[in-house]
Ligand binder design. Structure first.
Ligand code: HEC
Length: 244
């Protein structure tokens, strides 16, 4: 087989790999790295609901503060959990061994997860929305995006409790067709979507902090080009005036 054909064949498998990585299509997260308020809320939600188990070991609180425009005082009062210092990396309170014992698996570091997962922030968004009650699982929860995940639904009080509606698939097996809200949480669906979006956006920023910079530089580049086009236009009319 020629190299080109082999390459084409490999490419053909890429979408198949994507499907294998998750059980259903992902929902679009709608994250927006230029929405600073959303990223700030995401940081707060992450520290409150996730950092007990997950670290962001490649990041310091101080870096997140300066990137997201948060004061040291605010970070120290509201974001830092435990007795960590402002300049320290974001670690979790749990030792890996305890995580293994409690959940059967240590909670992974999430510094790069938004880049590692196929679908990026959409994967995280769909994962956070995909928890449902499943008594057959050790912690009583399962997930549509990550079947058999050993993470409990930590946001259930906000989201409410979802139950699965099963459907027989082509293979004759029962599959989760959709999730239904069995008992409501503190937030309505739109508010909970925003919570999931804020957290996904924050993790997207965390996985590539330079993207924030790139977006803000991008605006200036476009403005500069527009300004330069204007100058060039003035120059052109100036030169051609004498010709006519
Ligand atoms: C009680 C501990 C705990 C809390 C709190 C927690 N998680 Fe998890 N999380 C886990 C465990 C354990 C896993 C590993 C699941 C597995 O591999 O089966 C996991 C896995 C994940 C993964 C998949 C990572 C990967 O590489 O596969 C993501 C993303 C994630 N958690 C996000 C979050 C977010 C966002 C929050 C906060 C809203 C959160 N988690 C809160 C325990 C926790």
């Amino acid at each position: 087989m020629t190299k080109l054909r082999l390459f084409a064949l490999l490419l053909a498998f890429v979408p198949a790999l994507g499907l294998a990585a998750s059980s259903g299509p992902l929902e679009s997260s709608g994250t927006d790295l230029s929405d600073r308020a959303s990223l700030q809320r995401g940081a707060g939600l992450f520290m409150n609901y996730c950092s007990g188990c997950h670290s962001l070991s490649l990041h310091r609180y101080s870096r997140i503060a300066s990137d997201l425009g948060l004061s040291q005082e605010l970070v120290e009062q509201h974001l830092i959990q435990g007795d960590a210092k402002f300049g320290e990396n974001i670690n979790t309170g749990i030792a890996a061994g305890d995580g293994n014992a409690w959940f059967g698996k240590a909670a992974p570091d999430l510094s790069l997860t938004a880049r590692a997962k196929l679908g990026g922030p959409d994967w995280i968004y769909s994962y956070l929305k995909g928890f449902y009650v499943d008594e057959s699982r050790p912690l009583g929860w399962n997930n549509t995006v990550f079947p058999g995940a050993s993470m409990p639904n930590v946001l259930w009080e906000l989201q409410g409790i979802q139950r699965p509606v099963y459907e027989e698939g082509h293979d004759g097996m029962q599959h989760v067709a959709k999730l239904e809200l069995a008992s409501p949480g503190r937030l309505d669906a739109a508010q909970f979507n925003q919570v999931a979006r804020d957290i996904s956006g924050f993790l997207q920023y965390v996985a590539e902090p330079a993207a924030l910079k790139r977006e803000s530089v991008g605006v200036w580049v476009v403005l500069f080009l527009a300004f330069f086009t204007f100058i060039a236009y003035l120059l052109k009319t100036e030169y051609w005036r004498d010709v006519h």
